[in-house]
Design a protein around this ligand. Sequence first.
Ligand code: MG
Length: 159
Amino acid sequence: MRVGYGYDFHRLVEGRKLILGGVTIPFKKGLLGHSDADVLAHALADAVLGAAGLGDIGRHFPDTDPTYAGADSLQLLDECVVCARNKGFRVVNADATIVAQQPKLAAYIPKMVDKLARALDVAPEAVNVKAKTEEGLGATGRGAAMAAHAVVLLESIRD
Ligand code: MG
């Protein structure tokens, strides 16, 4: 068994779609980034890579590479899971927290869980997503950004 941790942070700006866990959420702003800027998928991808000892998503999908402009981050997460599998690991479970002042995310979480479970190649019961505010404080609290934290447990495929 190996545990991995991931963290990500993106600025919120007008004129971008808000995509979290592969789900497009109606909101006046979206996250700014080279890919679709899905902060939750990125934190999970870093947790998968971290647990497998494979570095981080910046190393696998550089934001200077035009291939990844506007990239679907669920696809990137899927590729990280494949990299972990090639190293002999599969995902056991994942737990993540989105830090966002607005909008209310509870209604979208079941759909995020379904999409993330597919990318992580586990049952939806093995994926947990939570959302928290930072009580109006800091960059996330004043609605200038969103962050996400994630932990992923991997187990060896070979025994
Ligand atoms: Mg990111």
